[in-house]
Design a protein. Structure first.
Lengths: 261, 655
């Protein structure tokens, strides 16, 4: 999936405008193989917009998005999903009336081939498919340690667990890249630690690179390999957590400027 | 028919393993594999499906792992430590180590690193078998302090992708080494197993250490056979009984049941998917025998009660009616009463309408042999289960002297822990018991106490003229049933000279769905009994919500006026059964939950009295002053390891 430069996913000179409002301005980023990449920035910096451009929810007016060698900037989001870019959302977007297994199975829809007639007759087509897909889902249940709630309705679960299932559904697609929009938002310390461990596990065990939009600086500094900092739609810095911590522009964007006396 | 002949009948149904020359667990495993071959011994839920392992599978796993250990240089008489949740690999590791004559020490998976260090060093462990990353991390953290450990093995490879310590190996890698070894030395496994002797140490069982450093109690193979045959003599069990292995093998009781009895009876030993799914798993497999410690039975009972608190009015009344009928009939039967035809009919209806469904929902419909191991569970809990139609029996013993008594037969007194168990004559003389003037129970018989590992002084301290001193205060009834009162060290004398049983009071208080834990106060400097109450937020939270009682934190909830009134009424219920001078007079609700991570509870969730007395010394001073409120400061340790001070205004409440 890599292009000539060893990049997995790239945005080149993205410009996104909503009427007169400039959301992204000349944003060039790249994601390397097996990397946890964090995108940080103050509120309204354009982080979620950038993620939305990557998976085709928004189409930038200027610039391109490359997934390996493929230019995906004009593709519809469902096509991008089929190519292997999965994402989770800031708010949880699950089916509250379905149980955990069923919610995870919805992530497998791109692999299901049974047609309505076969499904009606059930055996052997739908039966075989169900066994295969259920097995995949069970692997994810095992991976995310949610065995004790597999039959629970998602609507009854705590927020932290729903976030985990949201992530599970994205993993059910067997993606090549995972985009995560604020996975730690609204979580308590313990849930955050769990989530951070799963993000690291996704990279280490499944070898899936992760793009992470996150507000919690401590988490980002702990788990990210590399960070992009956005402010007012511009990339103002790029580097390892150590470099970013020391970057004066970042400090200014986050803490503001000292007022001259 | 006398007790003895009943035991002989029960023994006759089992294979005569002693005549077959079987002395060790691995020998028993091979013998049973020869008889049952492709029948199921172990089952474990994996990827949502129950996977089974037949005798042939298990022998294969054990054999490869055993010879892998041999190839790693583990020798006869050396020690293997195993730490993890109950999983097939844990049992296989144990049988494998014993196959090559090594002894096993099982550790509770939630031990802290320093607690683990002591046992590993004291037991002279050479190899640690870990479940997963969590345990491996602890073992590696100790690496420099435990140089004798040459290999750390793990079976769950999750999260272990980036580890490259040279001492680390996976369970499968060791088995591969074993296969190679067997290739070069065929029959070596069978030879090693045959060389085992009954007197070999099978397990070192470290006592949970409510007081002082843990002591490693020696359990030989013969000891384990002795225990299994005591139970099997007292109660006939069906071959291939469905058993759920949940209590930790670090506790001697599981060594006796899952590990040893599992092979002899034999059981189908089922392993829960996760500790959180136990309740669900019990129901899926339809357990036929269940051995829990009192806290687990208690929590099962409070689960039912708290669910009924949430239920609608009609259902609640129906439930109460069903339980009342069940109590009248089943508990009546236990007391040897004759049940009239009218009640029997009523029971039939109650069973159809309520009780059967309760049992079914708990997964206990088919469970014919239920034990509460350990001492001191409130008889109310027993009565509750009996009312439901679940025959719950008490079994009492010490790790040192093996299982001693059990509620036997069909009529027994729930206030007691039962009568002495039979001993197979070839293994030792029958059990005998007597009490000292102070009420301490002394026992002898059976195989007897084999001693603490490398600790002859402590061993000698427990023996007096050939009797083993249990340190437990009991009362022996005319029918020979033992009433467990308390630990001798824990019976307390008030400054007025009155002796009162703290544990007796505590277990009865713990049965309240609103009280999670409690500790009674009162000694020779204090004139009355006081108590710390650790409230149960999981039931009080919803209780408060339902009544629109506002609260923010646990601390706030604990000091809420209405909550205090509720707890007061719960204590009064217990006080009602106590003599005037033993009643709880003043109490406080602790402003934080007791936590084993802060050493306030032992790993088996018993309170650590001495520690709490020091940590909450100012609470105690306040209870025995005339104050009704005071400003408390409590050191706390947060989940992430940080520490802080909790400040709260705490009420002292009078009864």
């Amino acid at each position: 999936m890599l292009d000539n430069n060893g990049y997995f996913l790239r945005t080149i000179g993205l410009q996104l405008r909503f009427g007169g409002v400039v959301a992204l301005w000349d944003v060039t980023t790249n994601l390397r193989e097996s990397e946890i990449l964090a995108i940080i920035g103050p509120n309204g910096a354009g982080k979620s917009c950038l993620l939305n451009c990557m998976n085709g929810f928004y189409h930038a007016q200027e610039g391109d998005v490359f997934f390996g060698e493929v230019n995906i900037s004009r593709l519809k989001s469902y096509k991008i999903a089929r190519l292997g870019i999965a994402r989770t959302f800031q708010g949880v977007q699950l089916f509250p009336g379905l149980n955990v297994i069923e919610n995870l199975l919805t992530g497998r829809h791109i692999y299901m081939k049974t047609n309505p007639v076969q499904a009606f007759l059930y055996r052997p087509w739908a039966h075989r498919e169900e066994i295969r897909e259920r097995r995949k889902v069970e692997e994810i249940i095992d991976f995310l340690e949610i065995k004790h709630i597999r039959h629970k309705l998602v609507g009854e679960l705590s927020y932290g667990l729903r976030k985990r299932i949201d992530m599970g559904r994205a993993l059910a697609m067997e993606p090549k890249v995972l985009l995560m929009d604020e996975p730690m938002a609204g979580m308590n310390l313990e849930e955050k630690e769990d989530m951070a461990r799963f993000v690291i596990d996704i990279r280490e065990a499944l070898d899936i690179p992760v793009v992470l939009v996150e507000h919690d600086m401590q988490v980002v500094m702990d788990i990210a390999d590399r960070i992009y900092v956005l402010n007012w739609g511009n990339v103002i810095a790029e580097g390892t957590p150590e470099e970013i911590k020391k970057n004066p522009e970042v400090i200014q964007a986050y803490l503001g400027e000292e007022r001259s006396r | 028919m006398t007790m003895k002949s009943a035991a002989e009948k029960n023994w006759a149904k089992l294979p005569d393993i002693l005549n077959e020359g079987i002395e060790t667990l691995p020998q028993l495993m091979l013998y049973q594999a020869g008889r049952f071959g492709d029948r199921v011994l172990h089952r474990k839920k994996d990827f949502g499906i129950w996977q089974h392992y037949t005798y042939i599978d298990v022998v294969d796993q054990v054999k490869n792992f055993a010879m892998g250990l041999a190839a790693l240089g583990v020798k006869r008489g050396e020690t293997i430590a195993i730490v993890g949740e109950n999983e097939p690999e844990l049992f296989w590791s144990e049988y494998a180590a014993q196959s090559i004559g090594a002894k096993v020490v099982c550790l509770y998976p939630d031990l802290t690193t320093s607690q683990m260090e002591y046992v590993i060093i004291h037991s002279e462990t050479v190899t640690i078998v870990c479940e997963d990353q969590e345990q491996v991390d602890k073992a590696l953290e100790l690496e420099e302090k435990i140089p004798a450990v040459h290999t750390v093995i793990y079976w769950d490879e999750r999260g272990m992708w980036m580890y490259d310590d040279p001492k680390l190996m996976t369970f499968k890698q060791v088995q591969e080494m074993g296969k190679d070894y067997i290739g070069k030395h065929p029959e070596s496994f069978e030879g090693e197993v045959a060389a085992g002797k009954g007197s070999d140490i099978a397990v070192l069982s470290y006592t949970s250490g409510t007081t002082g450093l843990p002591k490693g109690c020696i359990l030989s193979h013969t000891y384990l056979f002795d225990t299994v045959l005591r139970i099997a003599g007292a109660f006939p069990m069906k071959p291939f009984t469905q058993y759920l292995s949940y209590i930790s093998p670090a506790w001697g009781t599981e060594q006796m049941f899952g590990v040893s009895m599992g092979l002899l009876v034999p059981f189908v030993v089922n392993f829960p998917e996760e500790p959180e799914t136990v309740q669900e798993n019990i129901r899926e497999i339809g357990v036929e025998t269940l051995v829990f410690a009192p806290p687990q039975w208690e929590s099962l009972a409070s689960l039912v009660q708290s669910k009924m608190i949430d239920a609608g009015r009609i259902r609640r009344r129906l439930f109460n009616w069903g339980i009342d009928v069940g109590r009248r009939v089943n508990v009546g039967k236990l007391d040897g009463e004759k049940i009239s035809r009218g009640w029997r009919l009523l029971y039939h209806i109650a069973d159809r309408v309520v009780l059967r469904h309760l049992r079914d929902n708990l997964g206990l419909q088919d469970s014919y042999f239920n034990l509460s191991g350990g001492s001191g569970m409130a008889p109310d809990v027993f009565r509750f289960f009996h009312s439901m139609g679940v025959k719950l029996r008490s079994v009492y013993g010490t790790t040192e002297m093996n299982l001693l008594t059990m509620n036997q037969g069909e009529a027994y007194n729930l206030e007691t822990v039962g009568t002495l168990l039979p001993v197979l004559p070839r293994l030792g003389p029958p059990l005998e018991c007597k009490t000292t003037d102070e009420g301490e129970l002394l026992v002898k018989g059976g195989l007897g106490f084999l001693g603490y590992y490398k600790n002859p002084e402590a061993t000698a301290k427990r023996m007096k003229d050939g009797w083993y001193c249990t340190g437990d205060v009991v009362n022996i009834t005319e029918r020979g049933e033992l009433v467990y009162l308390d630990r001798l060290d824990d019976m307390r004398r008030l400054s007025t000279g009155h002796l009162y049983p703290p544990q007796y009071i505590e277990t009865r208080l713990r049965f309240s769905p609103f009280i999670k834990n409690t500790m009674t106060l009162g000694d020779d400097e204090k004139p009355f009994v006081g108590a710390f109450i650790d409230i149960d937020a999981s039931t009080l939270g919803p209780w408060a919500e339902e009544r629109k009682v506002a609260y923010s934190t646990f601390t706030d909830l604990s000091q809420n006026r209405e909550i205090i009134e509720l707890i007061k009424s719960e204590i009064e219920k217990v006080n009602h059964f106590l003599p005037e001078k033993s009643r709880v007079k003043r109490f406080v609700n602790l402003p934080k939950e007791l936590d084993p991570d802060e050493d306030e509870l032992t790993r088996s969730r018993k309170i650590r009295r001495d520690f709490l007395e020091k940590k909450y010394a100012n609470f105690i001073t306040a209870i025995y002053s005339d104050k009704s409120e005071f400003e408390a400061k409590v050191p706390v340790k947060y989940q992430d390891g940080r520490t802080g001070i909790l400040k709260a205004s705490v009420y002292i409440n009078d009864l």
